[in-house]
Design a protein around this ligand. Structure first.
Ligand SMILES: *Cc1c(COP(=O)(O)O)cnc(C)c1O
Length: 355
């Protein structure tokens, strides 16, 4: 159990208009902070939201020793506050930390920190349909020294941001560009870890795709540029001839999404055949040519389910399911959002009440 010291702000901010929240533009009144020094996490506290003071030599700025997580708090119709499978985020944080040689945080301490901050920021959880409080835990290396070594000092911080409904006007399938030139992750690298460096390396592909009118990039494996990894900041699923296929986590290139895992479990509970395996982009083209590519979608905390309406593969445009959302995408979206917002009972332990 953490002994969290709470210092409340004397000047609360004005809450933004719930219909104009967007994503990650407004921040709440407080933040959670805990520092690591002399071999232990210390001084867990909640303070008024404030800028950080760091040495310009702080290691995070130079060698990117850092990590982050992403999750949401939801206001249920019965008035309770819900988290969705927070233990999964805690465990993933520690797998990322191990890869980045950042000290671990006990699962129960992580969950306690998130719950305590969310409770303090309760009034910031928006109530309009589809809105939520996005939670961004992250850790940075703060040692002021330029030698390339793992740091000895870290800050673990959690900030919160009220976010709007991802689909303000109904679910809109997105256009995806299949990336042949750039690589997001490669076996032995940090693809499975939630770290900023993966994003820094991906920005150029994302920008070039956007310039061509595409919403996201579909990343292929870094060795042969042949097998599908994931799409932008989402995991990806394809439905071929009734079978749901998603790339395997085995090679360590892919971020193990909480939404991905939840989709797989729900689909299996409905009796759908779900296969986790290596999936070549050529198979997708062949299935499409044979009329067997039923639908495809991305999965992640922000959008929940993001149907793919078009895939651009080497200049050939594949239109999926007539550019409309498919039945499996729709069913998963409806079920997951109902469980997350506490409108429907999900599997044991998925919807966690903050009290
Ligand atoms: C966070 C993230 C995901 C989605 O994970 P969820 O836990 O479902 O939100 C997928 N891919 C990448 C690269 C990510 O950073």
């Amino acid at each position: 159990m953490l002994d969290i010291k709470i210092t409340l702000t004397q000047n609360k901010k004005e809450k933004p208009d719930q219909s104009k929240l967007g994503f990650g533009r407004y921040f709440t009144d407080h933040m959670f902070v805990m520092n690591y020094s002399d071999g232990a996490w210390r001084d867990p506290r909640i303070e008024p939201f404030h800028d950080l003071v760091l040495s310009p030599a702080a290691m995070v700025f130079h060698y990117a020793q850092e990590m982050f997580e992403g999750m949401k708090a939801y206001r249920a119709p019965d008035g309770t506050i819900r988290l969705f499978r927070p233990d999964m985020n805690a465990k993933r944080l520690n797998r990322t930390n191990d890869r980045m040689i950042i000290p671990q945080i006990p699962v129960e301490d992580f969950i306690q920190a998130v719950k305590t901050l969310v409770k303090v920021e309760e009034d910031w959880i928006p109530t309009a349909e589809g809105t939520s409080l996005y939670i961004r835990p992250f850790i940075i290396a703060t040692d002021a020294q330029l030698g390339v070594h793992p740091a000895h000092n870290y800050s673990f911080i959690i900030i919160c941001s009220p976010v709007g409904a991802y689909y303000a006007a109904g679910i809109n399938p997105v256009k995806i560009f299949v990336e042949r030139q750039y690589t997001r992750a490669v076996k032995g690298g940090t693809g499975f870890a939630k770290v900023g460096g993966n994003y820094a390396a991906s920005l150029i592909g994302q920008k070039e795709a956007e310039d061509m009118g595409y919403a996201q990039v579909l990343w292929l494996d870094g060795i042969e540029h042949k097998y599908i990894d994931e799409v932008g900041a989402m995991n990806v699923f394809f439905v071929i001839d009734g079978e749901v296929i998603t790339p395997t986590l085995e090679d360590g290139n892919i971020l193990p999404g909480v939404t991905r895992d939840s989709c797989i479990q729900l689909l299996r509970s409905w009796g759908c055949k779900v296969t986790e395996r290596k999936l070549a982009i050529s198979e997708i083209a062949e299935a499409n040519a044979a009329g067997k590519l039923d639908e495809a979608f991305g999965s992640g905390t922000a959008a929940v389910i993001s149907p793919i309406g078009e895939l651009n593969l080497d200049g050939n445009k594949m239109i999926l399911n007539g550019g409309k959302i498919g039945p499996i995408s729709q069913k998963l979206y409806d079920e997951l959002t109902a469980i997350q917002w506490g409108k429907k009972e999900g599997p044991e332990g998925w919807s966690v009440v903050v009290d």
